[in-house]
Design a protein around this ligand. Structure first.
Ligand code: FES
Length: 87
C-alpha cells in the first residue's frame, strides 16, 4: 500500500499493490493525462516532491532516475509507503 499525498489539492490517496499509481489516482476521481500506459511516452509524467519513486518505465534517463524528482505513474511505484506528488 502506498499513501499518495497530492500537494496541490491536499488530498491523500491509498493505492494498493494490485493497481498502478495512475489507476489509483483515477479510482479516486483524479483526472491525470496518459497515453501509452506502459512507461515509454512520458504523457503521464509528474513531479515528485517527497519520497522515493521505484522507476519501472523505459523513458527516463539514468540521471532523472537518480534525481528522483519526476516519475511516470502509469508503471512506476514508490520505494517505501509514502509519496508526495505535485498534483
Ligand atoms: Fe505513457 Fe505513462 S502514459 S509513460
Amino acid at each position: 500500500m502506498v499513501r499518495l499525498h497530492l500537494a496541490r489539492s491536499g488530498r491523500f490517496i491509498d493505492v494498493g499493490p494490485e493497481v498502478s499509481l495512475l489507476e489509483g489516482l483515477r479510482a479516486a476521481g483524479v483526472d491525470h493525462p496518459s497515453s501509452c500506459e506502459q512507461g515509454f511516452c512520458g504523457t503521464c509524467e509528474c513531479r515528485v516532491l517527497k519520497g522515493v519513486p521505484d522507476h519501472r518505465d523505459t523513458l527516463l534517463s539514468d540521471e532523472e532516475r537518480a534525481r528522483g524528482d519526476v516519475m511516470l505513474p502509469c508503471v512506476s511505484r514508490a520505494k517505501g509507503n509514502e509519496l508526495t506528488l505535485d498534483l
